[in-house]
Write a protein that binds this ligand. Structure first.
Ligand code: PMP
Length: 428
């Protein structure tokens, strides 16, 4: 059955739509932190939290909100008053930390970043964008054009002029040997130097912790230091919170808050998890920036009452159940446990991350060389053991990515860690 579906998939979908696993999985249903495949196998899901399902699979509160709204009306949104959209926008604006914030809803993170680029370029009258090396921002023509991770950027024919800045990756690159303060100083000097060779840059866009790039983060305070330079040049700061938003990092609700002395960014973009699987994306911006367009811009499906109802129910649940605190507590325990496991393996270079966003970087033993073959083998072995994880990284996909739904329990964290321990031991 699954093999037949795989053949049909290959026949009709693009070749570049890569699937996980030699024998890809057809997921048919889920509950809590678990999913089941078409063959009836149950998996603990350590990746779905970032793929889409931030809170829990089949969360009854979200299911009920979606069903009730779908039973009332499913309609295009932006041309008429839409209560769930206004209510969710009010709540996100208040949570964003951005003063006088306005929210524009899209249906994906790509579109959210596209909108942020539209706003930044219009506001500044410039098509020059600063982005980070090894970043990922989506797959539209403009967002692949600013994506610094070239494994995820299939064309260089961008309408934007992009300049790539050092700093997103802490443990590799020319400044990796420096202590945190010197690392920041070197990145700031690099940015200043870059700006000395250009004029009228529109914005810097950055993920506070790079997601697809392998869950790698700069030292806290980098963006505060960047902010001072950007302000001097009038350049906007856009924080791409598609993976780091909504409390996943445990210590903070938004990733930018790890750089809090800088104050909020001019814009932040969000997507993925807020709909707990429903397609929501969006931009929050200062009113002055949001309102700079002088022609209509609408989104037919951004702000759909059904997805907005899912977002409202999901946001209420995650705040009422302090899932940010859960990410901090359970994520902390899981990281500690994974570090203990890693200490036994010559293949693990680093276990890093924050909250429930944890990366395990694999190398060839005794070297610093990325080991994508080992990462692929651990991914398969974990699946055999009933655990779904992700992978990512720079040019070589050698980082295992762990991002479970935010309701993960301590027992489930232990269970998943045991599978990973076994997978690492058997394949590495
Ligand atoms: N920004 C970041 C940081 C992401 O990780 C992603 C998705 N992986 C996107 C943007 C694009 O989001 P979407 O897939 O919803 O278009």
């Amino acid at each position: 059955m699954t093999d037949q579906l795989h053949n049909r998939h290959k026949a009709v979908l693009p070749d570049w739509l890569a699937l996980y696993y030699g024998r890809p999985i057809e997921i048919t249903h889920g509950e809590g932190r678990h999913v089941w495949d078409a063959e009836g196998r149950k998996y603990l899901d350590f990746f779905g939290g970032i793929l889409t399902t931030m809170t829990a699979h089949a969360l009854p509160e979200v299911t009920k909100a979606v069903a009730e709204q779908a039973g009332r009306i499913i309609h295009s949104s932006t041309l008429y008053l839409n209560r769930p959209m206004v209510e969710l926008a009010e709540r996100i604006a208040a949570l964003s930390g951005i003063p006088d914030a306005r929210v524009f809803f899209t249906t994906s993170g790509t579109e959210a970043n596209d909108t942020a680029l539209l706003l930044a370029t219009a506001y500044r009258g410039s098509n020059q964008i600063l982005a980070m090396r090894n970043s990922y921002h989506g797959r539209s023509f403009t967002t692949v054009g600013i994506t610094g991770n070239k494994g995820w950027s299939p064309t260089s024919l961008s309408p934007l002029q992009t300049l790539y800045v050092h700093g997103g990756v802490r443990s590799r690159g020319p400044y990796a040997h420096l202590a945190d303060a010197e690392f920041i100083a070197a990145c700031v000097a690099d940015l200043e130097d870059l700006l000395g060779h250009t004029r009228d840059v529109a914005a810097l866009i950055a993920e506070p912790i790079q997601g697809v790039g392998g869950f790698t983060a700069p030292p806290d305070g980098l963006y505060a230091a960047f902010r001072e330079v950007l302000d001097r040049h009038g350049i906007l700061w856009v924080s791409d919170e598609v993976q780091t938003g909504w409390g996943r990092t445990g210590d903070h609700f938004w990733g930018w808050q790890a750089h809090a002395s800088s104050g909020p960014p001019d814009m932040l973009t969000f997507a993925k998890g807020i709909g707990n699987g429903m397609s929501i994306g969006g931009v929050v911006a200062r009113a002055e920036v949001m309102n700079c367009l002088d022609a209509n811009s609408i989104s037919t499906f951004g702000g759909s009452p059904v997805t907005m109802s899912a977002g409202l129910a999901n946001l209420t649940y995650l705040l009422e159940h302090d899932l940010q605190g859960n990410a901090r507590r359970v994520g902390g325990l899981l990281t500690e446990r994974l570090r203990a496991i890693a200490a036994q393996s010559p293949f693990v270079r680093e276990v890093r991350g924050r909250g429930l966003m944890i990366g395990i970087e694999l190398v060839k033993p005794g070297t610093d060389e990325a080991n994508p073959a080992a990462a692929a083998a651990v991914l398969e072995a974990a699946r055999e053991g009933g655990l779904l994880i992700g992978k990512g990284g720079g040019h070589d996909t050698s980082v295992l990515r762990i991002a479970p739904p935010l309701t993960l329990t301590v027992a489930e964290a232990e269970e998943g860690a045991a599978v990973l321990e076994n997978a690492l031991r058997t394949v590495c």
